[in-house]
Each structure stands twice: as C-alpha cells, then as structure tokens.
Design a protein around this ligand. Structure first.
Ligand code: G4P
Length: 529
C-alpha cells in the first residue's frame, strides 16, 4: 500500500471527559466494535478513586509497562484507528494535555445530567489552543438528564465553540425513546442492553408520517417541534468548520447500553481528519513527506523494580518509520536505532517493522528520551506544540539522606523528564522547586524516589500561585526584574527564566509595573491559558 493510502486510512484521536462521564465505558464499546477486545469489562479503568499514592501505584503495577492502555489500535471498516488513552485522574491532567498534542481530533464525553464540568473546560481550552476538531458525545441519556437544548447552550457558552446536533434525543431517562439522526433522517429506537434484540434502524423521511406516533408515542409531537426548530436554527453541517476546530458536532446516546455508539463511530470515521501536518521550529512537516520524523509525547516508566525499562511513546509525523534503522535524536545530535519498536494491536503488544504518519509507537528507552524530543532522518528540527503549562501546586524538594544526594538528583531529573512533574531550579545553589497539577504526584515522586532510586525526600509547601515564563526585548528591564524578584525567580530545565507569582494580585501588579516584560503561561510562549 502506498504511503498516501496508509495515511488516508488512519485516524488518531483521544477520548476526553471529566471523570465519571463515561470515557472508559465508551472506549470499551468502541474497542468491541473494532474487535480489539471480545468481552465487556476488558478495559481496566485507569481511574483512581482515592487520592492515594498507594492506589495509583497498585493500578500502575497492574497495568505495567506491557499493558496496551496507552494507545489502542484497531481496524474497522478498512480504517486503522489509533485511540490514545488519557488518564482519568485530574491530578494527571498534564499528561492528558500532552497526549492531546499527538492526536488529530478528540471525542469529548459529557454526562447528560452534569453538563460541562471543570475538567471538561480545561481539556477544551487545550483543544482550542491547537484548534483540534472535537465531536461531543452526550452520554447517559438513559438517566434523567438535563434538557438537550440547555446542554447545547451550555456547551457553546462555556466551551467557547459553536455546536451543532447531528442526532437528537427523544425524551430522556425512564421514557428515553431513542435518537433521530438528523443527517440521514433515520430513527434509532432505544432498548436498554437488557432488552436489546437487534439494532434496527428505521428510515423516517417525513416526520409527519403517522408511523412516527406508533414508534415513539406521545413524544412524536415534541420531536417534530424540536427538529423543526433545529432545522431553522442551524445551517447544513459544515465538515470544514468541524475540521478547522470551529464547530463541534453533537451526538446523544448511552455508552453503557451501547446505544448511539455505532453511529458515533461511523460518523467519526467519515468526518474526522486523517493525520495532519505538524509544525517544527523551522518549517511545517507534511505527513506524506518521504522522510520519517516524529516526536515523543509521553514516557511510561515501569515502576516494577525488576524491569527498569521505560517506553517512550512517539507520534510519527511524516514518512515511514522502519525498525532497526538509524534515526537522528535531534536534541542529543546522536543517531539511534530501535530493534524492538512496539505497537498495540488487538490489545497485545507486538513488535512492528514499519509505522506511518499518525501512528503511535513505543520505543524502549534507557534514559535517552525526554518529552518533546524529535527523531528525524537527519534534519535538525524540533517539533513544536508540546508546551509545559503552569503547575498549580509548588513544593520545595528537601533531601532527607545526604548520602544519597546523587541518587536524588538523578531520580528527580529522570522523573521530571518523564513528565511526572516540572522542576524549577533556583540560583545560586541547588534549591529545587517541584510543580504539579495535583497533590497525588508528590506522593508518587516520593514513593518512586525511594523505591527506584533509593533516595529519601520530603516536600515543603510553597504558596506560589502560578509559574510564568518571562521574556523581554528590553534586557535592562528584564535584568532589573530578575534582580528585584530574586526570591521568586527560577529557571526551568531549558534554562528559561520563570517567575513564580505569589498571588493573582501580585502577578497583575507586576504585569502593570513592567509593561516591557511579557508573562507567558505556557513554556512555548504562544497562547495564554
Ligand atoms: P470515566 O472513565 O469517564 O471516569 O467513566 P466510566 O466509563 O468509568 O463511567 C462512570 C460510571 O458511569 C460507571 O458507573 C459507568 O457504568 C456509568 N455509565 C457509563 N455510561 C453510562 C450510561 O450510558 N448510562 C448510565 N446509566 N451509566 C453509565 P460506576 O457505577 O462508577 O461503575 P460500574 O460499577 O458500573 O463499572
């Protein structure tokens, strides 16, 4: 198959949601359709119910490095689908943000009774930064949820994106009758899994057909009114607006009852973008270029001390990746070859010989990779769009065993390279400030430093509000700011100047006092979150 054909049949995406909206359930149903799993319950939720490191460790141990939950590949109707997993726990949101840099589109799951929730908002902000196309699946229609029009309004105002229903629910909760698919004028009647016999789809070209009353009874009139309203309000669905990240099509269903999932998958495969171009620091890289390139967006360490290897997850951006071929690790200016690259077909890990743009492969790593690293066939370029976001919790790392200083240094460096947390250094000296988006990571770091590196540490809370990357064209002003704010100035791992603002108020004041300085809220200095 030509490289063009390989790209044309690929879709690389992630499912995102606020915890409990139904991401795991929907993932499982999609994998069932794709034949990647045979039984329900096979997908282990990566949800951590208690905020305890031991919980997290246990789940990680069970999942292990061999479990294929970071990317799930399946074929469906001739298409090859790369479904990237995102962590369920909010403390690991940064991991999710980075995964979003490796996909071409997302499916956002919303709980019909809850609507937009905090994590939904933040995830969407990240999608909006890159104009990632979004399909919304409003889940749990079998429960007494909110009014469908209200939900659409809320999505539009809270997520700052235009939405358009492609299916429409007929009642909800106990009286949920099913959905009417606006795009092909068919009716899909709801049967809960318990009563489900077949997936009959009824074509109903004219909603005034009295047969509709037979099918959905007293709800027929409401459906006629709703559809009339929708057809008056919305223009015909624009696939271009969706692919440009400006319009989010909306589906309704119930993942648990496997209802509305097939329609979602079919439509997703029809409209979702194939692997897209990616920006590097010097040029735009097209997926069908002959030469291979890709970037690392996630590193999964094995926390089982008997197997200390790590897997670096690489998104192929262009060309064909081949096993056992030397590629340039741009940051290290060194060539590496990979005898055992892995893919994750049908829930099992297997070695692959080739991978194409859009694919995500696992590369065994002994410590050479960090997040954001680029591999090429020799070209000196680095992919952009894998920024660090400002952490929300800051703590100083305190060494509890001076005899193990070296181990602690190595451990914290490696863990932060994996993306577990961000490390800021204060000069002069070796004061280390660790920043995360959740408390859980500190426990994880402490546990892992002790068990994997033999180092002991404590954390001392620092009440910083945000980390801002500081730049200026006025060197004298920048210098002055750094001198006066010495207590709050640190360096990130790339040696960038970072200001740890003590409060929102102080940050706003500094922004006013120093108009010559720019305060960035991500390390890539593009868009403020
Ligand atoms: P998450 O990954 O987004 O965190 O959510 P997950 O799929 O784990 O779903 C959260 C809960 O919502 C689960 O119940 C799941 O069964 C339920 N759920 C998912 N889809 C639907 C749906 O369409 N209708 C209804 N009524 N419930 C749904 P749980 O009690 O937390 O777990 P479980 O014991 O059912 O596995």
């Amino acid at each position: 198959m030509s490289i063009q054909n390989e790209i044309q049949r690929r879709k690389t995406f992630a499912i995102i949601s606020h915890p409990d909206a139904g991401k795991t359930t929907l993932t499982e149903k999609l994998l069932l359709f794709g034949g990647a799993i045979q039984t329900a319950g096979a997908v282990k939720s990566n949800k951590i119910t208690k905020t305890a490191a031991s919980d997290f460790m246990e789940i990680e141990r069970q999942r292990g490095i061999s479990v294929a939950t970071s990317v799930m590949v399946f074929e469906y109707n001739g298409m090859l689908v790369n479904l990237l997993d995102t962590p369920g726990h909010k403390d690991f949101a940064e991991d999710t943000y980075r995964t979003l840099t490796a996909v071409d589109s997302v499916i956002l799951v919303i709980d019909s009774s809850k609507g937009v929730e905090p994590q939904t908002r933040r995830l969407m902000e990240v999608c909006r930064m890159r104009d990632t196309p979004v399909i919304v699946f409003i889940n749990k229609m079998d429960l007494e949820g909110r009014d469908a029009f209200d939900l659409l309004d809320e999505l539009e105002t809270e997520l700052n994106i235009k939405v358009q229903p492609l299916s429409w629910p007929i009642s909800k909760g106990y009286s949920f009758k099913g959905v009417y698919k606006l795009y092909d004028k068919t009716l899909n009647l709801f049967e809960s899994l318990k009563t489900k016999i077949n997936d009959e789809v009824i074509s109903i070209q004219d909603l005034n057909d009295p047969q509709l009353d037979q099918w959905v009874g007293e709800y027929a009139e409401q459906l006629r009114e709703d559809v009339d309203l929708i057809e008056n309000v919305y223009d015909p669905f624009s696939i271009d607006a969706y692919r440009a990240g400006k319009l989010a099509p909306v589906f309704f269903g119930s993942a648990m009852n496997n209802f509305g999932v097939k329609e979602l998958l079919d439509k997703f495969l029809e409209i979702a973008p194939i692997p897209q171009h990616r920006e590097s620091n010097i040029r735009v890289v097209e997926p069908d270029e002959k030469k291979f390139s890709g970037f690392v967006f996630k590193i999964h360490a094995n926390i089982d001390p008997r197997h200390r290897d790590r897997i670096a997850f690489l998104r192929v951006c262009s060309g064909t990746f081949e096993r056992n071929t030397f590629y340039r690790h741009v940051r290290l200016s060194k060539d590496f070859k990979f005898p055992n690259p892995v893919t994750f077909m049908a829930s099992a890990k297997s070695t692959i010989d080739e991978a194409y743009a859009g694919d995500v492969i696992g590369l065994y790593d002994t410590g050479n990779f960090k997040i954001g690293d680029t591999l090429t066939e020799g070209e000196n370029m680095m992919f952009k769009g894998i920024p660090n976001f400002s952490p929300e919790i800051f703590k100083e790392l305190i060494n509890r065993d001076p005899m193990k200083t070296k181990q602690l240094e190595k451990g914290i460096r490696q863990l932060t390279e994996e993306g577990v947390a961000q490390l800021f250094l204060q000069e002069p000296g070796t004061r280390k400030i660790v920043g995360t988006v959740g408390e859980l990571q500190f426990e994880v770091i402490k546990y892992r430093l002790e068990h994997e590196y033999g180092a002991k540490c404590d954390f001392e809370t620092k009440s910083f509000y945000k980390a801002c990357w500081i730049t200026s064209t006025d060197d004298a002003k920048l210098h002055e700011f750094k001198r006066i704010k010495g207590q709050n100035m640190v360096k990130d791992k790339e040696d960038n100047d970072v200001f740890l603002a003590p409060s929102k108020f102080m940050l706003e004041m500094e922004q006013k006092n120093y108009p010559e300085l720019t305060f960035h809220f991500t390390s890539e200095f593009k868009v403020a979150l």
